[in-house]
Design a protein around this ligand. Structure first.
Ligand code: FE2
Ligand code: FE2
Length: 150
């Protein structure tokens, strides 16, 4: 049997690693803010797709599993709202870019960076510790493997 301490770090480590990959994709959007429109559009699309996939995995494999526990209700509803806000901001940024509104895209990117960072910290600091304790070993393993997949 695995020692408890190793299990305790697993979901948080998997979340953190997945978040750092999202940060890199988002950083590549920021680096392209003043470059050719096609390159920025491609990078925004890649971040959008990766974020949507990541958020869906979290909602399916972690949030939904914890949803029956009343002590998680408030946190999960805040985290789901953050997912929605990030997806919406990203969608608006892509529309604005298509419309040639670069200044708006820059403002949205700043807003997105703050929201993404805050959301990731929220999950790593507030969700992961409690989730480690409440998820079954099987659920935790499924979530960790899915989050770790490229
Ligand atoms: Fe999330
Ligand atoms: Fe996440």
């Amino acid at each position: 049997m695995e020692p408890v301490t190793s299990n305790l770090s697993t979901l948080r480590a998997a979340l953190a690693a997945a978040h750092r990959r999202l940060d890199e994709l988002f950083g590549s959007c920021v680096a392209a803010l003043d470059g050719p429109v096609e390159s920025l559009a491609q990078r925004l699309e890649a971040f959008d797709a990766a974020f949507r996939r990541h958020a869906e995995l979290e909602e399916t494999l972690v949030y939904d599993t914890l949803a029956p526990l009343p002590e998680f209700a408030e946190l999960l509803s805040a985290l789901r709202l953050e997912h929605t806000q990030i997806r919406e901001l990203c969608g608006i940024a892509r529309v604005k870019l298509d419309a040639g509104e670069r200044d708006d895209v820059r403002l949205l990117a700043g807003n997105l960076a703050r929201r993404l960072g805050a959301h990731e910290e929220h999950e790593e600091e507030s969700l992961a510790p409690g989730a480690e304790d409440e998820l079954s070993a099987e659920s935790r393993k499924a979530a960790v493997e899915a989050l770790a997949a490229p």
